[in-house]
Design a protein around this ligand. Structure first.
Ligand code: NI
Length: 290
């Protein structure tokens, strides 16, 4: 086995972080320690991830690697990760929380998924058809990262109960078919935009083999556009079995998410996909939390 450049870099950075981080910094979630920390080997394609160890604060606030900063761009990000899939969690026994991210894929989505995976966290991404057709490679890249689940979020993000049934059918159907064409039959859940649903839209979801996933913790991240507020709402709102709503198209949310993951883990939570949260989900049935 040869010591790669990435491994050597990781060791150097780990040592630097250990010497630079104080325990006081760990206690305060609202102090961004370093805004421009370097991207570590965990972000690099093929980089080693250490999911179980809590990361120091300085590391948590590291900017997410965007398409522009990933070496080689998305082509390399598309490579499957070398790490095996994390084992499934039995949420009847463990304290589980599902992080969910709507309205992507955006420019930060792949980097976010990698950051979460590096922390041993899983997540679910509810993707809009319009965004999917703009960046299908991002969809595949996220699905290739162990522990990341993809769900449907309609083609153009309408209020489903306010449009004609035939249009709602197309909105859900076309989005689901596009996602399954990219990542396969694992697309088994959908989220109605704005949470706007009724019995009729639930039936459409059922016809496409989708259960309907709502949430019980709303971070309102789109409104605050604030990393500390998003962290605080997610962490304070979480209960065993919670589904947390966020949006991976907003940079402050993307910065908040790794911090949320680490803080919830510190409090004894396991971060799971929505499918894992419920064990099995039934098409057409509505889920808000476990
Ligand atoms: Ni949405």
């Amino acid at each position: 086995m040869r010591l790669s450049h990435a491994t050597a870099l990781a060791v150097t950075l780990a040592l630097a972080v250990v010497t630079a981080t104080s325990s006081a910094a760990e206690a305060s979630p609202h102090v961004p320690a370093v805004a421009k920390a370097p991207v570590t080997a965990a972000d690099a394609p093929g980089g080693k991830a250490t999911p179980t160890k809590p990361r120091p604060v300085r590391d948590l606030w590291r900017p997410i690697a965007s398409k522009a900063t990933l070496p080689g761009g998305l082509a390399k990000a598309n490579r499957p990760q070398p790490t095996p899939p994390p084992p499934p969690t039995d949420c009847r026994k463990a304290k589980c929380v599902a992080l969910t991210f709507d309205d992507g894929p955006g420019p930060y989505s792949v980097g976010l998924a990698r950051q979460l995976h590096a922390r041993g966290a899983k997540a679910t991404f509810y993707m809009v058809g319009r965004m999917v057709s703009e960046d299908p490679r991002a969809v595949k890249a996220i699905a290739a990262i162990p522990g990341m689940e993809i769900g449907a979020h309609t083609m153009t993000h309408p209020e489903l109960t306010k449009i004609a049934p035939s249009v709602a059918e197309r909105e859900i159907g076309a989005n689901t078919r596009a996602l399954r064409a990219l990542v396969g039959p694992s697309v088994r859940t959908m989220r109605p935009p704005y949470g706007d649903r009724d019995a009729r839209t639930d039936q459409i979801a059922a016809r496409h083999g989708l259960s309907v996933i709502m949430w019980d913790v709303d971070t309102l991240d789109w409104q605050s556009r604030s990393t500390p507020i998003t962290v605080s709402r997610a962490v304070k709102g979480a209960r065993p079995g919670s589904i947390i709503l966020m949006h991976d198209i907003h940079a402050p949310t993307v910065k908040a998410a790794p911090w949320i993951a680490t803080e919830l883990q510190r409090r004894g939570y396991t971060l799971v996909t929505v499918s894992e949260l419920f064990g099995t989900t039934r098409p057409g049935r509505v889920y808000t939390n476990r």
